[in-house]
Design a protein around this ligand. Structure first.
Ligand SMILES: C[S@@+](CC[C@H](N)C(=O)[O-])C[C@H]1O[C@@H](n2cnc3c(N)ncnc32)[C@H](O)[C@@H]1O
Length: 305
């Protein structure tokens, strides 16, 4: 008996189609060509990659080819894979993403590790600090510039007694964050607030402020990989020096922290010295710059006296 796979043109066999797409993506300068081709083909067929491999020698099901061509065209235009498939993993959790938000980056997971580390180290102090708070006795954390909500959700996921206030200037980003807060069942403990830094924070004070602010110099934006052009400018652009939002955030944070509270903020690899100076000038003590796994300066860790 002749199977559909035997009579289909070679290019419509799953493996052949993936290989042809890999070649096109590679020729367009996409380093992850093979992975991208497979992810897009699986997406077009409505299956996962394991099932795709199991179907490698079979004919592509009807309708998939047209969907795959449309997805491939988007990727060839250098639209990020994550926007095309609508998701990205962060801290082993699955997040919805759209072009309204920065795609969560693996290096930002360092902020979660640092928060967990400093809170564990100072946990003896936190009950005193907590007792200053009105209302329920819980850790109060703040994520400034929440974007997809990845930091706020990851922290709420890790710290069952924490309440997180997540601020963002972009209403469209907060809509995406809201879907992620719902998806991960932390809506009762993550409050999303439309705010320029702390402008809408009322009289709230926090045990820790966490942020991955925009910190790329405006003149460097056009020189970076083409995919960055698809991400929101307000999520990346740190002004002429790269430090516009960082400087405001460091200066405004001390009054928003309880005594002994922490500011933990992602920075660019060349911003360590400048940010350390800003933190000292703002009155922080125990200021340090934490490296990422590649050894590059990556995060400010500063403690209020
Ligand atoms: C680099 S993205 C970080 C997004 C997310 N936290 C992450 O790590 O993937 C910076 C975010 O800060 C927001 N933002 C920029 N300026 C802001 C401001 N003045 N106040 C509040 N949010 C701001 C942007 O809209 C964007 O969502």
């Amino acid at each position: 008996m002749m199977l559909a796979a035997d009579i289909a043109p070679a290019v419509d066999i799953v493996g052949a189609l993936a290989a042809a797409a890999t070649t096109r993506l590679g020729a367009a300068g996409i380093e992850t060509a093979r992975l991208d081709a497979e992810v897009l083909l699986a997406q077009a067929c409505g299956i996962d990659r394991t099932t795709l491999y199991a179907s490698w020698r079979r004919a592509v099901p009807g309708g998939c080819r047209a969907r795959f061509d449309a997805l491939l065209t988007r990727r060839l235009a250098r639209e990020p894979l994550q926007y095309i498939v609508g998701r990205q993993e962060f801290w082993s959790l699955d997040f919805a993403v759209s072009s309204a938000v920065l795609i969560p980056r693996p290096e930002t997971e360092l902020l979660i590790e640092l928060v967990l580390r400093v809170l564990a180290r100072t946990s003896g102090l936190l009950p005193d600090a907590r007792s200053l708070a009105k209302g329920p006795c819980s850790l109060r954390l703040c994520d400034v510039g929440t974007g997809s909500g990845c930091i706020a959700v990851a922290l709420a996921h890790e710290l069952a007694d924490a309440t997180v206030w997540a601020f963002d200037l972009s209403a469209a980003a907060l809509t995406v964050a809201a879907s992620n807060v719902q998806r991960h069942h932390v809506a009762e403990r993550v409050h999303l607030v439309h705010s320029d830094l702390f402008a809408a924070a009322g009289d709230l004070c926090f045990d820790a402020i966490v942020s991955n602010p925009p910190y790329i110099r405006s003149d460097a934006l056009g020189r970076l990989q083409p995919e960055l052009a698809w991400e929101p400018t307000h999520a990346l652009d740190g002004g002429a020096s790269g430090l516009d939002v960082i400087e405001r955030l460091v200066t405004q944070s001390p009054p928003r922290l309880r005594p002994g509270g922490w500011l933990i903020m992602e920075i660019g690899a060349d911003q360590g010295d400048a940010v350390e100076q800003l933190a000292h000038a703002a009155g922080f003590r125990a200021v340090s710059i934490a490296p990422d796994y590649a050894g590059h300066p990556r995060a400010l860790v500063a403690r209020k006296a």
